[in-house]
Design a protein around this ligand. Structure first.
Ligand code: DHB
Length: 398
């Protein structure tokens, strides 16, 4: 039996209600612009998917200054530096001294919860758990998103601008015809083995290790739950690893003459995180604009994915407001251009930090010694450290 779809109208349709989609909806609501955001995932599903945990200075400002929530300031942890560890020694990169900035440890799942709560508080229209999402008419005067809502009712939402914030596996990036888009890829021959462990913190700040002992990252979630990663093969089977084997790997990568050891505990989650760089250009087609992972993916080193998505929508919010006010949709091209400038700088940084710290399976002795030279260059001169500090804490918005 076919039922007549419920038809509604809004100004901006948003496909994807993760951090990018919800942040955009929040910014537009502040400008008096109605949105409807839809997501195929249920809210609980998004809340329990582990993602990265580091926010740039301006990401924190965006959450706090636009009234999403100030929970990040109460429950997050400000980090004024990181440790780069190689050759068994730690080298602190002092963000505060180098660039007068810091980052915040605050998991992406908490950012999502804050945004979803803020939408609920402000009466925003967000539909989680929808199915059969289809977008039509992005080059017509009135694009439409059709879907079946969580209660099984067919819905059609007409809008003036459609935003694809539906991630790297979403439908929106494919709505740009092949002859109107360019895609850039890079695959990496390694991955991260990520764990969550019930253990006390081993370090107040993050530790990134590289060099002879291989890559590891020591991060945190709470006083009692820690997040850590080490380099592995992309085909690694996490179920084949005992807790003891994982701890041996982690301990050997951080070991040194200073006797540093990680505090161990039961491992409650093990997953493999793939590495990929991807960009689709342009980020506008007709009345469709892409934001966040729908347009680009960065490898996880340096935790830029969420920060880049938030930087996209900060620009996009402004541009949509102007475009709707002036009825000049070509302003959306400015969004694509401005966002892509940051996307490519960030692609470079994520790639650079990845190659600085990881070992290629076929690396030669030359490669190994050269990489050590690079690590020494970064930590032994202020100029070397400053690029890392500036990019890691985030280039100023604008
Ligand atoms: C985390 C993840 C990252 O990719 C990173 O560079 C730093 C921290 C994290 O999950 O905490």
């Amino acid at each position: 039996m076919t039922t007549t779809p419920v038809r509604t109208r809004t100004r901006v349709g948003i496909v994807g209600a993760g951090p990018a989609g919800l942040m955009l909806a929040h910014l537009l609501a502040r400008a008096g612009i109605d949105t409807v955001a839809v997501d195929v995932r249920r809210r609980e599903e998004i809340e329990t998917t582990h993602r990265a945990g580091i926010l740039e200075r301006d990401s924190v400002r965006l959450l706090v200054d636009t009234g999403v929530s100030d929970r990040v300031l109460r429950e997050g942890h400000e980090h004024r530096g990181i440790d780069l560890r190689f050759g068994g020694e730690s080298h602190r990169i002092d963000f505060e001294a180098l660039v007068g900035a810091s980052t915040w440890l605050y998991p992406q799942t908490d950012v999502f919860v804050d945004l979803a709560d803020a939408r609920e508080r402000d009466g925003g229209d967000v539909r989680f758990g929808v199915t059969d999402v289809a977008v039509e008419g992005v080059t017509s005067g009135c694009p439409t998103v059709r879907f079946t809502d969580a209660e099984g009712r067919a819905q059609e939402v007409d809008c003036e601008i459609m935003v694809g914030a539906d991630g790297s596996r979403g439908i929106c990036r494919d709505l740009v015809p092949q002859d109107r888009r360019r895609r850039y890829y890079r695959e990496y021959p390694f991955a991260w083995f990520g764990i969550l462990t019930e253990a006390p913190r081993s370090s107040e700040e993050l530790i990134y290790t590289g060099g002879d002992q291989g890559f590891a990252l020591v991060s945190s979630r709470t006083e009692t739950i820690q997040r850590m990663y080490f380099q592995c093969d992309p085909t690694e089977d996490v179920t084949a690893w005992s807790d003891d084997q994982v701890w041996d790997q982690m301990q050997s990568r951080v070991a040194g003459p200073d006797g540093f050891r990680l505090r161990e505990g039961p491992i409650v989650n093990k997953t493999v995180l793939p590495f990929r760089s991807f960009v689709q250009e342009p980020m506008r087609h007709g009345r469709l604009v892409l934001a966040g992972d729908a347009a680009h993916t960065v490898p996880p080193t340096g935790a830029k994915g969420l920060n880049l998505a938030l930087a996209d929508v900060r620009v996009l919010g402004e541009v949509i407001e102007q475009a709707l006010a002036t009825h000049d949709l070509d302003l959306l091209d400015d969004y694509s251009e401005r966002a892509l400038a940051r996307v490519w700088r960030t692609q470079h940084f994520s790639y650079w930090m990845t190659t600085l710290l990881h070992r290629l399976p076929d690396s030669s002795d030359f490669d190994v010694r050269r990489q050590r030279g690079e690590l020494e260059s970064v930590v032994s001169s202020e100029a070397g450290s400053r690029y890392l500090a500036e990019a890691y804490t985030g280039w100023p918005a604008g």
